[in-house]
Design a protein around this ligand. Structure first.
Ligand SMILES: Cc1cc2nc3c(=O)[nH]c(=O)nc-3n(C[C@H](O)[C@H](O)[C@H](O)COP(=O)(O)OP(=O)(O)OC[C@H]3O[C@@H](n4cnc5c(N)ncnc54)[C@H](O)[C@@H]3O)c2cc1C
Length: 540
């Protein structure tokens, strides 16, 4: 599979800026819809923040995103991703938390098994777990349809407004008053308060925490952090399972390789090492792009997979956008609160308390966060611009599930660090990269003392590296924080949440658009649908 290095024509129906998974998804749907489509990617590989890369000779890792949980089943089906090589296996357990007292608690895909695990900690909590799980799953189903639809258009008036009210009303027609109340409290409340209200065991609460708030701002007691409980229950994976967590064979890059292959099969062209310097606008309409090397390529529509700040403050000329819109885009809360450290090890981590009967795949993940208070402290430290002394580290030994990622005798472990600042109070990230790596190793060593001596290679990706290497402005893994005021009809900004932008023929298709970040394919799918609808209207 080769990417071409120059476009085959001078003009296309559609140009997609960026070959992240959403850009590729959009391109595949556009090409399938009959539009001549060109994808332009600044990096030498496709995939954006969903890639597999070699981090040491013969050792490949999901350098950024590492677990597939919310990839839309519809996208998997429409693009026939399994026939392009995508294979996912459920994480089993879905989660495992080792505690400082050397016990471990697991969350299994099979609910009964989790209940038995929780019963060891609190019979009352085990019962509550079933009740709450049922309720969360019911509530998540109300939100689910909005994932693959534009958000409610609160500005629609007249007949359009009526249709919009009907569309939204239909989704909620069976919701009871008490469910609505619960929904609002999940949307606005804090994870910590919810857990304190419902559970008595600190370990049970920590298990929930270990599955939540990743990549976003706010400690567990910040308003809006309970929302993740619902988001994680949107069904994902090939078989549409609620709360699906998957390992991807070949690493997360297999998703984007499959998407690129599907897009090409529908006729899209993909160019890598092709940085777009500007989106060209004339008379209020997007006309194409200019590459960094000066080449101009014309298009009738331009679809940007770059984040909103990069797109509107970097690629579109200042004069082409209303001042108020630019100010709203500049005001998006971006600064990314996390980092990633990837390792090659000579032996797999031997985690205190890991049951000896566990198979290799069962030993493939563990989350190091001891309590809600710990997480809250971490967040407050990071918020003040400091790197926390003790870190929250989520570890996946991917080669335990897919041994092809590393040669015999080598192990690939990726770790996600929740809560570091993008803006440091003292020094730069270039000066503090090793310090971050060392603190991650120190945290892991508390639970798996064999790890420090087993490290053969280490790749530290600070928020600044995420920005520089992957093009994520301010290192934000979701193209903008997933806080309530930046979701639904307010994503990326109020009034422009339906993929179209103030520039005619320019659309946004990445994680900065509704429904937001994570490897879902949803913004790409929804944006392509909007483009195709507008296209038909224009041509008709
Ligand atoms: C460290 C990390 C861990 C994560 N973990 C998970 C996880 O486990 N599970 C999960 O579901 N999600 C995870 N995420 C989030 C998820 O990966 C992202 O939200 C998602 O991949 C964003 O996809 P996208 O296609 O919208 O944008 P991106 O992947 O950011 O793609 C945008 C693309 O546009 C390109 N681009 C930008 N500007 C230009 C230009 N001027 N010219 C040409 N190309 C350009 C970029 O190079 C990039 O390839 C993680 C992200 C990171 C960074």
């Amino acid at each position: 599979m080769t990417d071409s290095h120059s476009p085959s024509r001078a003009a296309y129906d559609a140009i997609v800026v960026g070959a992240g998974h959403n850009g590729l998804t959009a391109a595949a749907y556009l090409a399938r819809g009959g539009l001549s489509t060109l994808v332009l990617e600044r990096r030498g590989i496709v995939g954006g923040a969903c890639v597999t890369e070699e981090i040491a000779p013969g050792c490949r890792a999901s350098t950024t995103a590492y677990i597939a949980s919310m990839l839309r089943p519809e996208v998997i089906r429409d693009l026939e991703l399994p026939s392009h090589g995508l294979k996912m296996v459920p994480c089993d357990p879905a989660l495992l938390v080792p505690f400082p007292d050397r016990t471990v608690v697991a969350w299994w895909p099979e609910r009964e098994k989790t209940v038995r695990e929780l019963e060891k900690l609190s019979i009352r909590d085990a019962r509550t777990f079933v009740r709450v799980d049922d309720e969360l799953k019911r509530l998540a189903r109300y939100l689910q349809p909005f994932f693959l639809e534009p958000p409610p258009d609160v500005g629609a008036r007249g007949l359009a407004g009526l249709f919009e009210a009907l569309r939204v009303g239909k989704r909620f027609r069976n919701i009871s008053a008490s469910e609505l109340g619960r929904m609002v409290s999940f949307l606005t409340g804090s994870l910590g308060d919810f857990l304190d209200r419902n559970y008595e065991s600190e370990k049970v609460k920590t298990l929930f925490l270990a599955n939540n708030v990743y990549g976003k701002h706010g400690g567990p007691y910040s308003p809006g952090t309970a929302l993740g409980l619902l988001f994680h229950l949107l069904s994902g994976g090939e078989h549409e399972l609620q709360g699906f967590y998957g390992h991807v064979l070949g690493g997360m890059g297999s998703i984007t390789q499959a998407m690129a292959s599907a897009a090409r099969k529908f006729g899209a062209e993909i160019l890598t090492s092709a940085t777009v310097a500007s989106i060209d606008v004339r008379d209020g309409r997007a006309r194409g792009v200019t590459l960094e090397n000066g080449a101009e390529i014309a298009a009738r529509v331009v679809v940007s997979n770059a984040d909103p700040k990069r797109t509107f403050l970097g690629l579109v000329g200042e004069r082409e956008l209303p001042e108020e819109f630019r100010a709203s885009i500049a005001g998006i809360k971006m600064d990314g609160p996390c980092a990633k450290v990837n390792f090659v090890l000579s032996e797999e981590p031997r985690v205190h308390g890991m049951p000896s009967a566990f198979s290799r795949p069962q030993r493939s993940l563990f989350t190091l966060v001891p309590s809600l208070d710990f997480a809250e402290r971490c967040y407050n430290t990071a918020r003040a611009g400091e790197i926390p002394e003790e870190l929250w580290v989520d570890c996946v030994v991917a080669s335990n599930v897919d041994p092809s990622l590393a040669p015999e005798g080598r192990h690939v472990m990726t770790t996600f660090v929740q809560y570091v600042p993008y803006r440091l109070k003292r020094g730069t990230w270039d000066e503090n990269r090793d310090l971050l790596g060392d603190r991650v190793v120190r945290k892991i060593a508390e639970h798996a003392p064999n790890v420090p001596a087993a490290i053969l290679a280490r790749q530290v990706l600070t928020p600044l590296d995420l920005e520089r290497t992957y093009g994520l402005t301010e290192g934000n893994i979701f193209h903008g924080d997933l806080s309530l005021e930046q979701l639904f009809f307010m994503r990326p900004v109020a009034g422009w949440a339906r993929y179209a932008t103030p520039v005619a023929g320019l659309y946004l298709c990445g994680a900065g658009a509704h429904p937001g970040g994570g490897v879902t394919g949803a913004p790409g799918h929804n944006a392509a649908r909007t483009v195709l609808k507008d296209w038909k209207r224009r041509v008709a």
